[in-house]
Design a protein around this ligand. Structure first.
Ligand SMILES: [Fe+2]
Length: 307
């Protein structure tokens, strides 16, 4: 049985609410439906959803070229303190991310990982050294170090918004998807940060880190169909195009993937056969990234301290 647990963020003074709303009006384009706009300097795509109340979710999709991975910034921009979190930060782009957070007047409270990445070193540990008070989060099943460990059913609160934790193992044993809440006052459509479990027109490999194609297939199909998905990386086919046009938002829905993802339109046995015969090369960063990510990306700092 799943256990419900909340990681509450405590709100502070509301004295700056008026100025914050002015800030919102000048920086976030929103409408009654979803809206997108591009930034030519930050390699980021912004998106804002409108909830049924006056709450506004600030969202940025940030790209790291070397690993072709995404980091996501979310914040409750209507809240007086504008609490924010980063999903899957990369060590190489920590300064960029923190600069953006500063520019937007946000208060970073969580650095979250969907899983122990094998293609880059997480920025979580580095962020903690630069921004006191930030808590790192990863799944308990990952067996990696973090300040907080989450399990399926847990909720990660930031202001009046929250992310629900869904277990989506298969790419790795400890993979989770973070999905925005389904309450009426949460952003609609819901948004799922799927890590490398479900990618746009692809999915994560299953041949390392406790992977299982059977588990991956079954876990993907537990996600609600009308949910937007924001993966942790671009897929091979879109890499060339993305590197030329890195500012286009990569987004799909679970339902769209079930219709058009060349792996997910197959039955489970065919899916397993596809995954077992991908003939992929050995991940070039895995021997560096995984040991570092098991200790929040701080392996070098810890070994230097021990020397
Ligand atoms: Fe991965």
């Amino acid at each position: 049985m799943l256990r419900l647990r909340c990681l509450w963020w405590t709100s502070c003074s509301s004295s700056s609410l008026h100025s914050n709303r002015q800030f919102l009006n000048s920086t976030i384009k929103s409408s009654s439906s979803s809206s997108l706009f591009r930034s030519s300097k930050m390699e980021a795509v912004s998106y804002s959803t409108q909830s049924s109340s006056s709450k506004k979710l600030l969202f940025r999709q940030l790209f790291e070229k070397e690993s072709s991975t995404y980091t996501y910034l979310l914040a409750d921009a209507s809240h007086p303190d504008k609490p924010a979190l980063l999903v899957d930060p990369v060590d190489k782009t920590v300064d960029r991310d923190l600069s953006l957070i500063k520019d937007l007047g946000l208060k970073l409270i969580y650095a979250i990982n969907t899983h122990v990445h094998a293609d880059h070193v997480t920025g979580s540990g580095l962020i903690k050294t630069k921004v006191p008070g930030v808590k790192s989060i990863i799944s308990k099943a990952s067996k990696a170090s973090a300040d907080l460990h989450v399990e399926a059913g847990d909720k990660i609160q930031f202001g009046d918004f929250y992310l629900e934790v869904r277990a989506t193992p298969g790419h790795t044993l400890g993979c989770v998807t973070y999905i925005t809440g389904d309450d009426a006052d949460q952003p609609q459509p819901r948004m799922a940060f799927t890590g490398d479990a479900l990618l746009i027109r692809g999915c994560g490999r299953t041949d390392f880190q406790g992977g299982s194609s059977e588990q991956l297939y079954e876990s993907i199909f537990t996600l609600p169909k009308d949910t937007f998905i924001y993966p942790a990386m671009i897929t091979k086919g879109s890499r060339k195009w993305m590197l030329k046009e890195p500012f286009d938002c990569q987004v799909s829905t679970v339902g769209e993937e079930m219709l058009y993802n060349p792996r997910l339109t197959k039955d489970e046995e065919t899916f397993k056969s596809i995954m077992e015969n991908l003939k992929l090369s050995y991940p070039k960063m895995i021997d560096v990234a995984v040991p570092a990510n098991m200790v929040c990306g701080l392996q070098d700092l810890e070994s230097k301290a021990a020397a």
